[in-house]
Design a protein around this ligand. Structure first.
Ligand code: F6P
Length: 378
């Protein structure tokens, strides 16, 4: 009797980033190479719940290595909290039914922290086999040295800081540049160091604007014609940090791997996000008052998530994707494929889901920044 071919489903969930198509290509090509069939699931977990899936042919995943975004579409929807006509309902049973009806052997989920949690939930409560890959420009997924998308976003933010330098110098201004990263400082710190920002504020180090202003005044006295202040979107002042602590806050200690309490800073938890005011505007206004220097603001926003992946990310995505394909062929699931040194390795999903990797206070990048006289606001 002919043995039926095994089928995997692949989806992209959460905020997009450069490199998603490269990973889809890597997983699909390697899986096909090993004799597996591949179904593309549209718009993240919503497509699984609504049974919107397309069989992927080799030709459909060719020529997409360098394309930005995700050709499958993405969403922040989660099966256990779906917004259906304005009502929040649990659709885990729909997801499980579709998984079985399509005879899926494993659900491959490309996503960040929220996706890791949702995937684990689907395996525990929906009885599905899952395999995840660490995607996010925030670089805050546990049990991996790096996430894909981070390098591309860092390149964009660094280029932005370079450009801000020249215009700030021409006008003798301070420019405050807001960088994404949720409540982790990796992106701001990495791009800030690479772009030579004079001040870098990250969520893991509560800031004191008095100290930042003193640093800016000192630069001015030394005859420097410009200052670039890179701020992460999730920063907190020392006063805010103290208030949080006094409240016996739900937020865990700064600069460590922390259990995730909230799915998204601006999120309602149901996939509808409020428009956030750039935190950089507040910082800029206060710095102008404190220093008397002319200040301008640039918020990079979703520019950091758009466009083509860097060569580093293309290589990383292809390595992660093909490793996932091999592991799927070997029947491995309930794992995330992470990066450890030069290797792509499987990690039990329970060790990843619900853990946020923020910048440790003693991280070498922090030491590096201080040694080149960058003010970190503390
Ligand atoms: O997680 C990636 C990220 O870009 C964060 O840096 C940012 O806080 C968030 O997503 C923005 O999400 P959205 O695209 O839903 O506004």
């Amino acid at each position: 009797m002919k043995k039926s071919r095994r089928t995997i489903g692949i989806l992209t969930a959460g905020g997009d980033c450069p490199g998603l198509n490269a990973v889809i290509r890597g997983v699909a090509k390697a899986a096909m190479h090993h004799g597996l069939d591949v179904l593309g699931i549209h718009d993240g977990f919503r497509g699984l719940v609504e049974d919107r899936m397309t069989p992927l042919e080799n030709a459909m995943v060719s020529g997409i290595l360098t394309h930005g975004g995700t050709f499958l579409g993405s969403s922040r929807d989660r099966p256990h909290k779906m917004n259906v006509g304005g009502r929040i309902v649990d659709r885990t049973d729909h997801a499980a039914k579709n998984y079985r009806r399509r005879r899926l052997d494993c659900l491959v989920c490309l996503g960040g922290n929220g996706t890791q949690k949702t995937a684990l939930r689907l395996s525990e409560r929906g009885g599905m086999n899952v395999l995840t890959l660490p995607k996010t420009i925030d670089n805050d997924v546990a049990e991996t040295d790096i996430t894909f998308g981070f390098d591309s976003a860092m390149a964009i933010a660094t280029e932005a800081i370079d450009r801000l330098h020249t215009t700030a110098t021409s006008h003798q201004r301070v420019i405050v540049c807001e960088i994404m990263g949720h409540d982790a400082g990796w992106l701001c710190l990495g791009a800030g160091i690479a772009g030579g920002a004079d001040v870098i504020l990250i969520p893991e180090i509560p800031y004191d604007l008095g100290k930042v202003a003193a640093h800016l005044r000192q630069r001015q006295k030394a005859g420097k014609r410009f200052s670039i202040v890179a701020v992460a979107e999730g920063i907190v002042s020392t006063a805010e940090a103290r208030a949080k602590q006094a409240r016996g806050s739900d937020s865990a200690p700064l600069g460590v791997e922390t259990r995730i309490i909230a799915q998204h800073p601006a999120g309602t938890g149901e996939g509808i996000h409020l428009v956030q005011e750039p935190v950089a505007s507040r910082v800029a206004r206060q710095l102008q008052q404190l220093t008397g220097v002319e200040v301008r603001v640039t918020s990079l926003g979703h520019v950091q998530r758009g466009g083509v992946p860097t060569p580093f990310d293309r290589l990383l995505c292809t390595r992660l994707g093909t490793k996932a394909g091999e592991l799927l062929a070997a029947g491995r699931h309930n794992i995330m494929v992470g990066v450890r040194g030069t290797e792509c390795v499987p990690v039990p999903l329970e060790k990843v889901a619900g853990i946020k990797r923020t910048v440790p206070p003693n991280h070498p990048w922090i030491t590096t920044a201080r040694l080149v006289e960058t003010c970190l606001g503390d």
